[in-house]
Design a protein around this ligand. Structure first.
Ligand SMILES: [Zn+2]
Length: 413
């Protein structure tokens, strides 16, 4: 995540081209808003953009002649340097060089003019320690994935401290860059302060906000930022990354990439989960349902959710394995080649089932499971949603009398 340049961004060619254009053009908005699905590289791109803005052989050079079209209020350093440089044209790079002192510092998040804010949870008295630990992990692990609790937020004390600092000139570069990760996790008064800073004319700070939940940001913030939209990553890009950079074996990489729905962060977070084993356990849950044995299905689900796997995330994963299986069935139904299958280690089984199952039946099952996913996200007891879903996938509509006790009257699909 650190030390990446715009040229190295994974699977976002449009974003990469746009940001390089901004860097080479030399005209910067006061604030950018990177939005799009979680885990597709928005923060990595924000840090790469920041590096390009700080690189002393490029946009960050204080000796760089200011663009004549640039907004009024360039820094004094820029103006005097321009006077020294005279009218000689300066070739602008469109990315961080990766080799200068500024790039070395920004690549390890140690550039004094680069700030990164991110959501934190826990007690205020441990705040410094929590932030320091996260930064240390981020520096140590090139595949670091941010994860935080639901209540994690961008802490008020940290934004206050930052805003105080912004009153002073940048230390080394022509401007300061502040990256705010998951900027939707702030309080109302923080947004007001942020807005004031963004709107300040001639500010020497470039803000880069990222969010996977655009609608949660106040309209006032959204409207004052230059927006940059990120797309989900393609499966081949995620798969290749997992194999080349994370040393994941091909069959696992293929499955993780398919499961990740375009999110590299999700694929990375799942990579220690022994995906094929988990897949087999998940798919085996359908067997009692196919036998028409609701009590055994209920026991199997409870067995699965024991041992710390009761969380919504693991149940979601379980359903997603079934969805991937159905996707393979549908593909096999239409004679897709082996390469198009995710579960190709179980190809025979897939072909056999596909030959016996109508496409419309496969789609019905997909719809049932998608409903289960929504229920798991919602307020329903996940085990019950799963029980009902798998029973319906197997073609059972269990009567009231057959429901296991805890489910009675609480869940009638
Ligand atoms: Zn550089």
């Amino acid at each position: 995540m650190l030390g990446v340049t715009l040229s190295q961004l994974l699977g976002q060619p449009e974003v990469s081209a746009f940001l390089k254009g901004v860097v080479s053009g030399g005209r910067f908005a006061n604030a950018y808003l990177f939005h799009g699905p979680a885990g597709v590289g928005k923060c990595t791109a924000a840090l790469a953009f920041a590096r390009a803005l700080l690189c002393e052989r490029g946009a960050g050079a204080t000796a760089l002649a200011p663009d004549v079209f640039a907004a009024a209020g360039e820094t004094a350093a820029g103006e005097s340097a321009a006077a020294q440089a005279g009218a000689a044209p300066v070739a602008r790079r469109d990315d961080a060089c990766g080799a200068c002192a500024a790039c070395a510092k920004s690549g390890s998040l140690q550039h004094p003019d680069l700030k990164l804010l991110f959501p934190v949870s826990g007690e205020e008295k441990n705040l410094d320690e929590t932030v320091a630990e996260t930064l240390a992990a981020l520096r140590a692990d090139p595949l670091f994935v941010f994860s935080y609790e639901k209540a994690a937020s961008i802490r008020l004390s940290l934004t206050r401290e930052l805003l105080r600092e912004l009153a002073f000139k940048p230390f080394e570069a022509a401007r300061r860059v502040v990256v705010v990760r998951d900027a939707d996790r702030m309080r109302e008064d923080q947004y007001s302060a942020l807005l004031k800073s963004i709107e300040e004319p001639g500010a020497s700070t470039v803000w880069i906000l990222t969010t996977a939940r655009l609608a949660r940001l106040p309209a006032t913030i959204r409207s004052r930022c230059q927006r940059v939209r990120f797309a989900p990553l393609g499966e081949p890009a995620v798969r290749a990354f997992l194999m080349e950079r994370a040393e994941v074996a091909e069959p696992d990489a293929r499955m993780l990439a398919a499961l990740a729905s375009g999110s590299l962060a999700r694929a990375l977070a799942l990579r220690d989960a022994a995906p094929r084993e988990l897949r087999d356990q998940s798919l085996a849950l359908l067997e009692p349902a196919l036998r028409g044995d609701p009590a055994a299905l209920w026991r199997a689900i409870q067995g699965f959710t024991r041992y710390g796997r009761a969380g919504r995330e693991s149940l979601r994963l379980l359903v997603e394995f079934h969805l991937l299986w159905l996707r393979d069935l549908l593909r096999a139904r239409y004679d897709a080649p082996r390469e198009a299958l995710v579960h190709r280690d179980r190809e025979k089984e897939i072909r056999r089932q596909a030959a016996l199952t109508d496409a419309s039946e496969i789609r019905r099952r997909v719809m049932v499971l998608e409903e289960v996913l929504r229920a798991i996200e919602g307020n329903v007891t996940p085990e019950l949603a799963l029980f009902s879903g798998l029973a319906r996938v197997a073609g059972q509509r269990l009567g009231e009398g057959e429901w296991p006790r805890p489910a009675t009257a609480r869940w009638d699909y």
